[in-house]
Write a protein that binds this ligand. Structure first.
Ligand code: BTN
Length: 326
């Protein structure tokens, strides 16, 4: 009932009478009053004026179920949400849920992580209450070799959500870093459990630097946040929901076609490497070429000097601009 009342108050610009809430929910005035009291204890600022009703003045900046759900319009992803004030890593927890048989689409969100994981064994610094740390548990009916494409689908949804919620134009640095003005504002870590020919589950972990306002010396030249790039604080709950809403739509296209063919054009339009000189750094070799977009499996097409195309598989290499991070 708490969530329903919050949703009603959020969609009412003026005052909502206590009687209206009672009628819509079929509950007593006392029950409504108890919920309002509980919401106030949780940090919701709700004005009550006699003969007018309730008005939501302010809500706490949390990314829990109650804050996120009103903005969601999905049918499959995030029907189940698990929220933590603090956790080791949302990916680690989502993998545990995967082992325990949790539902496809389960979403894990945390206010802070004390063992946040980045790609290539790096740590992901995850301070409390400022940014977004979330992981989706998925059980796609696709071949394990196509699972890495899900990361590109997630990158596309994050870029679109950032634009929708903040108006900021971000780009994708292949395969899945989200970049604004040349600096990384989001990283995605996809992990999978599979056996030959069959995926048990995939977890897609998304870390978005939202309102963090400073970075350590080691990363401050390449990392930034939506706050630093846009100049104003960003409400996190609508952003979480927008990522999920976009992801569900794009993921359905991907699963139906079992490839990125339906998303490739949009992905390429956001790809900051597109048409640029890139340096591909593999374990065995290093080479340079011009990035020409992705193919339907998410490989980066790199045109070599002799005109031939090399298809670069993510995970095996890192990509740099010739003169720096992008
Ligand atoms: C990268 O190195 O670019 C990937 C970073 C991924 C960070 C996110 S935060 C939520 C989820 N939980 C983790 O431990 N990592 C991912």
């Amino acid at each position: 009932m708490q969530e329903k009342i919050v949703k009603m108050l959020q969609s009412e610009e003026g005052y909502l009478s206590g009687q209206e809430i009672c009628d819509r929910l079929g509950v007593s005035r006392t029950a409504v009053w108890k919920v309002i009291k509980k919401l106030r204890e949780e940090g919701y600022e709700i004005e009550a004026v006699s003969n007018k009703g309730y008005h939501l003045v302010n809500q706490p900046d949390r990314i829990n179920q109650m804050a996120v759900r009103p903005y969601l319009n999905t049918t499959q992803i995030a029907r189940d949400i698990l929220y933590f004030d603090e956790i080791d890593s949302t990916n680690t927890y989502a993998k545990q849920l995967g082992e325990e048989g949790a539902k496809d689409g389960t979403l894990v969100i945390a206010e802070c992580q004390n063992a946040g994981k980045g790609r290539r064994g790096r740590t992901w610094v995850s301070p409390k209450g400022k940014d977004i740390y979330m992981t989706m548990l998925l059980r796609p009916q696709i071949q394990p070799e196509h699972a890495s494409s899900v990361t590109l689908v997630a990158a596309l949804s994050v870029a679109k959500a950032i634009r929708e919620v903040t108006g900021l134009e971000s780009g994708i640095k292949w395969p899945n870093d989200i970049v604004i003005h040349g600096k990384k504002v989001c990283g995605i870590l996809t992990e999978m459990s599979s056996e030959f020919g069959c995926i048990h589950y995939v977890v897609v972990g998304i870390g978005i630097n939202v309102n963090i306002d400073q970075f350590d010396d080691g990363i401050k030249n390449t990392a930034s946040s939506l706050y630093l790039e846009g100049g104003q604080p960003v409400e996190r709950a609508p952003l979480v929901a927008s990522v999920i809403n976009h992801f569900e739509k794009d993921y359905q296209v991907f699963c139906k076609e079992q490839s990125l063919s339906g998303l490739k054009a949009e992905y390429d339009s956001l790809l900051i490497n597109h048409g640029k000189d890139v340096k591909i750094i593999g374990i065995q070799e290093e080479y340079a070429g011009v990035a020409r977009g992705i193919d339907e499996t998410g490989r980066l097409l790199v045109e070599m000097e002799d005109g031939s195309l090399r298809k670069v598989v993510s995970g095996e290499v890192s990509v740099r601009g010739l003169y720096g991070y992008v």
